[in-house]
Structure formats: structure tokens, C-alpha cells
Design a protein. Structure first.
Length: 467
């Protein structure tokens, strides 16, 4: 398998806010990510009621806080898994508010996958997961694929190692598009995937805004299709890697090459890829209590962090159906202000004015004009206006309207005191430099002292005052 190099993203960006349909949020994962997907689906069923995809995972709270149970019955299936007890625990915790109500699960759709050659999480474990879910989810809502001769890996139709091999990056080419199968089961018929250049963008985001430590990396990844970035209402799918599969272990292979993004690009699907750190046991998600005894509950640190990420992403506002304002113009220029005016938009609750892409008004503008202040003299700016409807959604922006303030633009110079004197902006006396015009002392006259001078008139300079 060849090594693929991907462009680096700017680090520690904030999670974007997208217009997400809250009824269309789902989750899937492999191995420890499969167990984590089950935990999120069950604990936050009000959020993930649409459904979940589980690859090589097991029943909710299978380990019951024990690493012996985790590696034994929940992976090797060397003893039976007490499915009935786990179902009762789920109901009890939900009744106590530690989980969302189990009634939410009845509307879920599930896709379960287990390879016949899986040597890490044996197929009987997945069979028990099916039995567990049948206590909450109608049988007609569940698809279980368990006839493919695949090892412990995420399966694709065109990327990864041999299907029968268990080895990093634990992505295997088995001529089967598992990502597409999961998303189709969860969302219904999809548009054809994009096998070419993707329209959207990958962002490496700051996870420390939601959690610090607890086996979580400082950054995670998200893929946002271009249509979703432009404000089109979209859906959200959370993708959870397995053990030894985070970006520190396998680079961006799980983020980029599992096949999810190709379907996301043509189906208004945002893909969130939270990441564990190498401080986590084997880079695994916490599904047996290595980090916190409440790991499977809503209060579990990793659980709560991912839920907070989902809420942040879904906090975007859908675009308004109002048209963009027209007739935008500038007038009444002063050295530090400009009046922006426009034609009224029928149905608008108010307007927002943007200067160079940044909103200029602190509160909604209720009229068809706005005076922008705090501008620099002799400077050209550009303004656009958006109409705002009663729900707070904005229209597309108007055409830009340029305008130039009166007066002279501030001119500043930063250099050594010696350079200022040789350029004629200052003079020296007694080993000190003095600004021409204001005669302000700039300090020692040498190449080591740096000063900023602002020109306020012909051959008149003052120290500082530049922003």
C-alpha cells in the first residue's frame, strides 16, 4: 500500500457552526469506537435517535467497568455476556436520568457488521449486540452483515490492506463499501458518492474547548461539504476510530480513506471525527472504565465532550428566504465615519451591516441606514448588508458598496532610530534621536533601538499612536 500525503490543516481552529437538522444526527464506529458508538447512541438517544452503525462492537456496558470482562467476554467471548442484565441496567439508568429515555431507541435504524475472520472481537459478541438491541429497536430497523471474510478492520471497496489481514491502519480493501452501507441504512437512498475531488474542506479543530485530558487528543477533525458551508441545512454523522487508529497512530487515514467523505460530499452530510490521544490505553475509547467509572453514562467525560461537539456544530442558523438588500450606497463621509443606506426588504425584521466581512453593528439595525464609526481617515472601505428575518436568519449579502473617509490616511514607520534619522523623519542630538516636528525623544540614536513614528503633517512625526 502506498503512503498518501495530505495537505496540512491550520491547527486548533474552532469547530464550525453549521445548520444541522437535529433529527438527522447519527454515529458509527469500529472496535472501541463501535462500543463508544453504542454508548453514545444509548446514553444520548434523544440526540442519536436516527440511528447508529456498529462494526466489531458489543452490547452497552458489556465490560461493566472491568478490563477482565472487556478482554474476555466482550472480545474473545470466552464466557457468556449477560445480555438480559445489561438490558435491565440500561432501563434502570434511563429511569434514573443517567441515560436518555429508552423509548427514543424505537425510532432508530441500525447497521451492524462483523467479519467472519475477526480475531479481535469475535462474531458471537456482535450476535449478543443484536440480541441486546432487539430489546429496544424493531427488528425491521436492523441490518446485520456477518458473512464477509474480513479480519478486524474497517472495510472499504478500494483502500487498505488485504481483507484477511489484521494490521495497521486496520482499514482493509474487501471490495465492499461499508461506509456507504452504513449511511444508506441510517439515512435511506443516497445520491451517488463523489469519487473525484471533494467540494468541501477538512478542518483540524480544537478539542480542548470541550475536554482536556481524559484520553482525548488536543485536536480532532471534521469534514464539511461545500453546500453545508454555504448554509444549506445538513445532517451530521459522528465517526469513531478504533484502538491504535487515531491520527497519532495512523495519520489521517481513518479521517480521509474510510469512504465516508465521498458520500458526505453529495448528500449534505457533515462528518465529525473526534480523536483519542496516545495517553489513552492503546488509543482506545473508554468502554471499560480506564478513565472514569461513569464512562458509559451521559456524565462520562468522553461522552459529554462528544455531545458538546455535536451541539456546537449544530448551532448554525439556516439561511433566510429573504432576498439580499438592494440599492446599497455610502454617503456622509467624515474622517472617522460613513453612512450606509439601502432599500427596504419586505418582511425583514432588521438588518446587519458588514464592513470587509466583519459585522459592524452591535445590535440589529431597525432602519434602512447605519452610521459606521471608528474608521481611519483617508481610507477606502467596502460594506455589504444582510436582511434578517424574525427567527434571526440572514439573507444573502447585498452587492458591496465602497466608500472612502475624508482626511489623510495615517502613515506609520517602524525602524531603528538610526534609520529614522537617515530617512529624514528624525534628527539626533547628544546621542539621542528626536522626532522631526514634535521633537519627541525617541531614545538612544543607534541601530538597536526600534521606534514607531506616525506622520501627522509635512515633516511632522510623533512617537507611537499607530494600531
Amino acid at each position: 500500500m502506498s503512503v498518501v500525503a495530505w495537505p496540512l490543516a491550520a491547527r486548533a481552529a474552532p469547530l464550525p457552526q453549521v445548520a444541522i437538522d437535529p433529527a438527522e444526527t447519527t454515529v458509527s464506529g469500529l472496535s472501541s469506537g463501535g462500543y463508544m458508538a453504542v454508548q453514545l447512541h444509548v446514553a444520548f438517544s434523544a440526540t442519536f435517535r436516527k440511528g447508529a452503525g456498529v462494526v466489531a462492537g458489543g452490547p452497552f456496558f458489556c465490560a461493566e467497568g472491568s478490563i477482565v470482562n472487556a478482554t474476555g467476554r466482550c472480545m474473545a467471548h470466552n464466557t457468556s455476556i449477560p445480555v438480559a442484565t445489561l438490558v435491565n441496567t440500561t432501563r434502570s439508568w434511563a429511569a434514573s436520568g443517567l441515560l436518555d429515555p429508552v423509548s427514543n431507541l424505537s425510532a432508530s435504524r441500525l447497521y451492524l457488521f462483523s467479519g467472519t475472520l475477526d480475531s479481535a472481537v469475535k462474531q458471537p459478541v456482535m450476535n449478543d449486540l443484536l440480541t441486546y438491541y432487539q430489546s429496544f429497536v424493531p427488528a425491521g430497523n436492523i441490518v446485520y452483515r456477518k458473512d464477509l471474510a474480513a479480519e478486524h478492520a474497517f472495510v472499504t471497496d478500494d483502500y487498505g490492506g488485504a481483507c484477511s489481514v489484521k494490521a495497521p491502519p486496520y482499514i482493509n480493501d474487501c471490495n465492499f463499501d461499508l461506509a456507504g452501507a452504513i449511511l444508506t441504512q441510517l439515512y435511506g437512498p443516497l445520491n451517488a458518492r463523489n469519487d473525484g475531488t471533494l467540494s468541501g474542506g477538512f478542518t483540524e479543530f480544537d478539542q480542548t474547548a470541550y475536554i482536556s485530558g481524559h484520553g482525548m487528543a488536543s485536536t480532532g477533525w471534521i469534514y464539511v461539504p461545500q453546500a453545508c458551508s454555504a448554509g444549506t441545512p445538513c445532517r451530521l454523522h459522528v465517526v469513531l476510530h478504533g484502538c491504535k487508529q487515531n491520527t497519532a497512530d495512523v495519520g489521517q487515514q481513518y479521517v480521509r480513506s474510510t469512504g465516508y467523505n465521498r458520500w458526505a460530499d453529495t448528500n449534505r452530510l457533515v462528518m465529525l471525527y473526534p480523536q483519542t490521544s496516545q495517553a489513552a490505553t492503546n488509543s482506545c475509547w473508554d468502554w471499560w472504565g480506564y478513565d472514569n467509572p461513569d464512562y458509559a453514562k451521559k456524565s462520562g467525560p468522553q461522552m459529554a465532550a462528544i455531545k458538546a461537539m455535536v451541539e456546537r456544530i449544530g448551532s448554525g442558523t439556516p439561511p433566510s428566504t429573504l432576498p439580499a438588500p438592494t440599492g446599497v450606497f455610502t454617503s456622509g463621509a467624515t474622517d472617522t465615519s460613513m453612512v450606509i443606506g439601502w432599500a427596504a426588504v419586505n418582511g425583514a425584521a432588521g438588518y446587519n451591516v458588514y464592513r470587509g466581512g466583519a459585522k459592524a453593528n452591535a445590535s440589529l439595525v431597525g432602519t434602512t441606514s447605519y452610521t459606521d464609526t471608528g474608521l481611519a481617515p483617508g481610507t477606502t472601505y467596502s460594506w455589504t448588508v444582510k436582511a434578517v428575518d424574525g427567527s434571526g436568519a440572514e439573507s444573502p449579502p447585498s452587492s458591496p458598496a465602497p466608500g472612502t473617509t475624508t482626511g489623510s490616511a495615517t502613515v506609520c514607520f517602524t525602524s531603528s532610530n538610526y534609520a529614522h534619522t537617515t530617512a529624514g523623519r528624525a534628527h539626533q542630538s547628544g546621542g539621542y534621536a528626536y522626532a522631526n516636528g514634535s521633537n519627541q525623544n525617541m531614545g538612544l540614536w543607534n541601530v538597536f533601538v526600534t521606534t514607531t513614528l506616525k506622520q501627522t503633517g509635512p515633516n511632522h512625526f510623533v512617537v507611537g499612536g499607530c494600531s
